[in-house]
Design a binder for this molecule. Structure first.
Ligand SMILES: [Zn+2]
Length: 298
């Protein structure tokens, strides 16, 4: 029988704490799920706008017999710094850093300014606290495009064709260089790039809506677990996510990570769905990646 993992059940947590089963951040890395099951979407506080599975349904909760991570206290601080300060492309980078060492994850929204759910989700992530590691959040990567609600920069350049860019360049190329510079500085384990598409991939192949896209060089099955988690809470077939693996277009942020040892994935929610629902999916992806890496979120 497949078992499922519940993320935070106070009673079970207290029980495990009493049994001395609490693990530290680094110990949790990929070890909480011995049967390979992902976290259940039912455990996500922000999954309220669609057909979520309730945590108290039989088989979904503490009876799973799988160790439940015991939350440590949040111990992170939030710092902010500006990329390209004083320019038209100035945009804040938020750094949520725990005193406890752990994985580094970067979340990028607003590379395309008309893909609202991505930057709205990223803005909400700024308020998250963590118990280990570092979370970098760049909510409005292309701030002028977001302000204009356009896919591309005011001059017509597509930021997601400009990576790795160059700080010595101009315009969008320079912006890409500033973002890539952050990646080189922090060397994140994962970069999550939040996007949106117009149509459902399951209805119209190639349109990419409701997909997670991973480059072909990706290692491990983390993205598969993310997709399983998302789909465990989605009832309507066309809204279920597909995992696409393959060569990414040259100049994309995630594609530019090839050969760096940094893992990346793109999220593409479908704009045919209500905005609140799309934001929840975006949040779920980031939350799931963090939890699978052993980072508890508060
Ligand atoms: Zn996009």
């Amino acid at each position: 029988m497949k078992t499922k993992v519940i993320l935070v059940i106070p009673a079970a947590g207290i029980l495990l704490l009493a049994l001395g089963l609490g693990n530290t951040c680094l110990e949790q890395r990929f070890v909480d799920f011995p049967d390979g099951r992902p976290l259940l979407a039912a455990d996500y506080p922000f999954l309220s706008g669609f057909s979520r599975v309730r945590a108290d349904q039989p088989g979904n909760a503490a009876d799973a017999g799988v160790p439940v991570p015991v939350p440590e206290a949040p111990n992170s601080i939030l710092a902010e710094r500006l990329l390209l300060p004083g320019t038209a492309m100035e945009t804040p980078l938020y750094i949520i850093e725990s005193t406890e060492p752990g994985p580094v994850v970067m979340v990028v929204g607003g590379i395309h300014g008309d893909e609202t759910a991505g930057y709205r989700a990223a803005e909400r992530i700024i308020s998250w606290e963590i118990d280990c590691g570092t979370l970098l959040v760049l909510p409005r990567a292309n701030a002028p495009a977001v302000a204009n609600r356009k896919r591309v920069s005011p001059g017509g350049s597509d930021l997601n064709r400009a990576f790795p860019g160059s700080l010595r360049g101009t315009g969008t190329r320079r912006l890409a260089g500033a973002i890539y510079n952050v990646i080189q500085e922090y060397r994140p384990h994962w970069v999550i790039d939040l996007h949106e598409a117009g149509q459902f991939e399951r209805v119209s192949s190639g349109s990419l809506g409701q997909t997670i896209i991973q480059p072909e060089y990706a290692a491990g099955d983390l993205a598969e677990q993310v997709v399983e988690t998302l789909n465990s809470a989605i009832r309507e077939e066309k809204s279920k996510f597909l995992l696409l693996r393959g060569g990414l277009i040259r100049g994309t942020l995630v594609g530019s990570l090839s050969g760096t040892g940094i893992e990346g994935l793109m999220v593409e929610t479908c704009r045919a769905l209500p905005l609140a629902e799309r934001i929840e999916y975006q949040l779920t992806v980031v939350y799931t990646v963090l939890r699978l890496l052993g980072i508890q979120v508060y």
